[in-house]
Write a protein that binds this ligand. Structure first.
Ligand code: CA
Length: 636
């Protein structure tokens, strides 16, 4: 229906290369530029408030056609804090739309707001710096968190429940006096917090956020913080300022900030601002005008079109520049084209060399509107050497398939070939160039939590056994080569059990009771033990470069199966000129004796305990307890 958009002729005529799309504020006037190549007429409506439907038009400003399909207007007044929309006529049909380049909006994202961005900077923002100093992705450890989950429940002891500011609060604790929220997270030893969607999404009414819950994979305004996380969604300044305050607080606590970005689809196809202004331009359709739906969300983004690509590239750069963001996780990145991702990395890295990039490289059925456009799927990882992908093989090997959740994985008793386990531990997949392309995980927001997935496979297991098997999985995941990643609360044996006793597989719009982090559980002995175990594993990983190698050749050289290990054990030997490390994993219900190579081995992980400093020495042989991991080090 709109196939012309993808032709060379259209792109040559209508690709705009400038960096001034949107509303550029200055005290003396605001300059607007809108890309609307198919419009017959365009104007700006200026409003007093940001609430759609409110009859408070200040005045309407006509726009003039300018180069490459853009329309421009200047308003010689100080418009800081004034709300606006665009009124655009295409083929006699007039629509009122938000600015795709809006930097903030009123409630529920219907009206954009002109904003002096500098005025939103918290005190000290100019000095705010990323704490991430290493360029090696394998030095990172990522914690995936939903803003609201961190503080939605009263047991968090957090004042700004469910808000950006809630995660920025210092010194919070639960009723037992144990640290919660940021106070808990900063002790874990992770390097980055990956925030689930914080751009403006549509599924939660910002005027009434308590009424519904959503993960937020339903974008409306890509460059605007979500209003339900701000203390005042009506005032466009507040969401911007509070999100910056959060980034600043995380940076001050030594944590990098990663945004979960969902450019692959939009919430409502034809209500999305760019699709309103340039009908259907943002989304893929086939020759019959049927929308492509590889995302299973009703539409796929046509990133292969020049002005969609530019929009995505501009958007990622904006977050990195304006909000000091340290990394980006791309939802269903397999729907976006390789060239868009390459341009994002190249442009962001020019200014921010340590920003990291990763995503879900699943192969999905999408109808790209141009010929021969490679997509950012795992199989094309070789074209994206600086981009990492989620390693579903690690997940499914350790905990079992996501498609049949009654089947066990390695930690729940499945027999897995040693060679497959070695490949996982080496961060070596058929599609990857090297370990820095591998995001290792055993739980994320999707599918069951780790605890619940193991429980599904082993319905007879008691909580103690589930805890042991969870820790075993964590040891394997966090010590493997690649980039360790885990879902918030995995270290607390997080569960999403319903009142009827079912383990929820998909809680994207379940209640806070299901999704909120249950900080009161920190007093449970198995939970405490597991939190300490995660801390120990992460500090052990940090202390030994053999766990963090970046080069695939070096990994193959330095990590192998330990010779002469008993069949029931999976044991690896990691070795360089400085030291040797044995990492052994016993998913069986009996302890097993492991003959050790000559020397005095210092034990750092044993029977549910993990520490960077060894807690005993052993030589000859070691007992690897049932359902546990064992790590010992020999200095050379
Ligand atoms: Ca919203």
């Amino acid at each position: 229906m709109y196939a012309d958009y993808s032709t060379d002729a259209f792109e040559e005529k209508y690709t705009y290369y400038g960096n001034d799309l949107g509303a550029a504020w200055s005290p003396n006037g605001t300059f607007f530029r809108l890309w609307a190549p198919t419009a017959d007429e365009a104007s700006i409506c200026l409003y007093r408030s940001g609430t759609a439907g409110q009859q408070d038009l200040i005045h309407r400003v006509s726009m003039t056609p300018d180069r490459n399909g853009t329309w421009i207007a200047s308003v010689p007044e100080n418009l800081n804090g004034v709300y606006y929309t665009y009124l655009v006529s295409v083929n006699g049909n007039t629509v009122e739309a938000c600015d795709p380049y809006a930097v903030t909006t009123g409630v529920n994202g219907k009206r954009a707001m002109v904003c002096d961005l500098e005025s939103t900077n918290p005190a000290g923002w100019e000095q705010d710096r990323s704490p991430i100093l290493s360029p090696n992705y394998t030095d990172y450890a990522i914690y995936e968190l939903h803003i609201r989950d961190a503080s939605s429940l009263a047991c968090s002891g957090i004042k700004h429940r469910g808000k950006f500011l809630g995660l920025a609060e210092a010194g919070t604790k639960n009723r037992s006096g144990l640290p919660t929220g940021l106070e808990h997270i900063k002790k874990l030893g992770i390097t980055h917090i990956h925030l689930m969607p914080v751009y403006d999404y549509g599924s939660v009414d910002e005027a009434n956020p308590g009424k519904s819950y959503n993960w937020g994979y339903d974008p409306e305004n890509f460059n605007v913080p979500e209003g339900s996380y701000s203390t005042n969604p009506y005032d466009g300044f507040v969401r911007v300022r509070e999100m910056k305050q959060l980034v600043q607080a995380l940076h001050q606590n030594g944590l990098g900030v990663i945004l979960d970005v969902v450019y692959n689809h939009v919430y409502h196809t034809f209500d999305f601002s760019m699709n309103q202004i340039v009908p259907g331009y943002f989304s893929r359709e086939n020759s019959q005008g049927i929308l492509s739906n590889g995302s299973c969300c009703g539409n796929d983004t046509a990133s292969e079109r020049s002005m969609v690509q530019k929009y995505i590239v501009d958007s990622v750069n904006y977050w990195a520049d304006e909000y000091h963001i340290d990394g980006f996780r791309f939802d269903l990145v397999g729907l976006l084209d390789v060239s868009t991702i390459q341009k994002i990395i190249a442009t962001v890295r020019k200014k921010h060399p340590h920003v990291m990039f990763y995503g879900e490289g699943w192969n999905l059925n999408t109808q790209v509107t141009k010929e021969n456009v490679p997509l950012a799927v795992q199989g094309n990882a070789w074209m994206l050497p600086e981009f990492a992908f989620f390693n579903d093989t690690m997940r499914d090997t350790l905990r079992g398939s996501v498609f049949d959740y009654h089947l066990p994985g390695f930690v729940s008793g499945a027999r897995v070939p040693k060679e497959s386990l070695l490949q996982c531990f080496q961060g070596r997949m058929s599609w990857s160039n090297d370990p820095k392309q591998i995001v290792n995980y055993i739980s994320c927001h999707d599918n069951h939590t780790l605890h619940d997935r193991i429980a599904e496979a082993l319905p007879q297991a008691d909580e103690e056994e589930l805890a042991k098997r969870s820790r075993l999985a964590a040891a394997f995941n966090l010590l493997s080569t690649g980039i360790p990643f885990f879902q918030a609360g995995e270290e607390m044996l997080r569960s999403k059990k319903t009142l009827s006793g079912r383990y929820l597989e998909n809680s994207y719009r379940s209640s806070d009771r299901i999704n909120g982090i249950k900080w009161n559980r920190l007093k449970e002995p198995e939970v405490q033990k597991t939190v300490l175990y995660y801390q120990g594993l992460l500090s052990l990983r940090k202390g030994h470069e053999l766990f963090r190698m970046t080069d695939a050749g070096m990994v193959s050289q330095c990590i192998r199966l330990l010779p002469n290990a008993p069949e029931e054990l999976t044991a690896f030997l990691l070795e360089n000129e400085k030291e040797a490390i044995i990492a052994a994993f016993n998913p069986g219900i009996c302890g097993i004796n492991l003959p050790l190579p000559e020397g005095t081995w210092q034990v750092c992980v044993d029977n549910g305990r993990a520490e960077c400093d060894p807690f005993f020495c052993v030589s000859g042989e070691a007992l690897v307890e049932a359902l546990s991991a064992f790590v010992a080090i020999l200095e050379k």
